[in-house]
Ligand binder design. Structure first.
Ligand SMILES: O=c1ccn([C@H]2C[C@H](O)[C@@H](COP(=O)(O)OP(=O)(O)OP(=O)(O)O)O2)c(=O)[nH]1
Ligand SMILES: [Mg+2]
Length: 157
């Protein structure tokens, strides 16, 4: 059973309810739109969810896309993952974008448009130093480990 954390939630739009987990072991609770709208190709829209939460200090909530919307419709969260700070008491909103070049997506009030993942976070107490310690990765990034197929040899060939 996934650890649970008591989080105060305010319903700002009557008729909406608390985000729910589809399965007891799910990490993401589904966020629903409070509005009916059509997302045209390449259009962005900040979508209200009708809820506000009070996260305990030391936690954040992250607004992640739903794989069904992204794979079937090309719809994702512009700033994925959106970061909900512990101190935020405003309405949770989801900046959606439709990356499909041709097909608009109709969203209705109550549709599940994203998912909210709660995670423990730390605040950094940055210590400015002259040099950083050595590490196995060093300054390697942006493809430093080789081409897309690095390390793969198809045993079936
Ligand atoms: O997808 C998101 C991202 C953020 N927020 C809310 C909660 C968060 O605590 C606040 C600030 O988010 P962020 O720091 O990403 O926005 P910013 O552009 O840095 O604005 P600010 O100057 O208010 O920090 O906006 C949302 O409702 N949805
Ligand atoms: Mg900010």
């Amino acid at each position: 059973m996934t650890e649970t954390l008591k989080i105060d939630l305010q319903i700002l739009d009557t008729g909406m309810s608390a985000p729910a987990y589809a399965h007891a072991s799910d990490a993401g609770a589904d966020l629903r739109s409070t509005i009916d709208f059509v997302l045209e190709p390449f259009e962005r829209r900040v979508v209200p969810t009708g809820i506000a939460i009070a996260l305990p200090e030391g936690y954040a909530a992250f607004v992640h896309p739903r794989s069904g919307l992204s794979s079937k419709h090309g719809v994702t969260v512009v700033n994925a993952p959106g970061t909900i700070d512990a101190g935020y008491r405003g309405e949770i909103k989801v900046p959606l974008i439709n990356l499909d070049a041709k097909t608009p997506l109709r969203i209705a009030r109550g549709d599940r448009i994203a998912q909210l993942v709660i995670q423990a976070v730390a605040q950094a107490d940055f210590e400015v130093v002259d040099t950083l310690d050595d590490s196995d990765r060093g300054a390697g990034g942006f493809g430093s480990t080789g081409g897309i197929d690095a390390g793969f040899s198809d045993k079936e060939k």
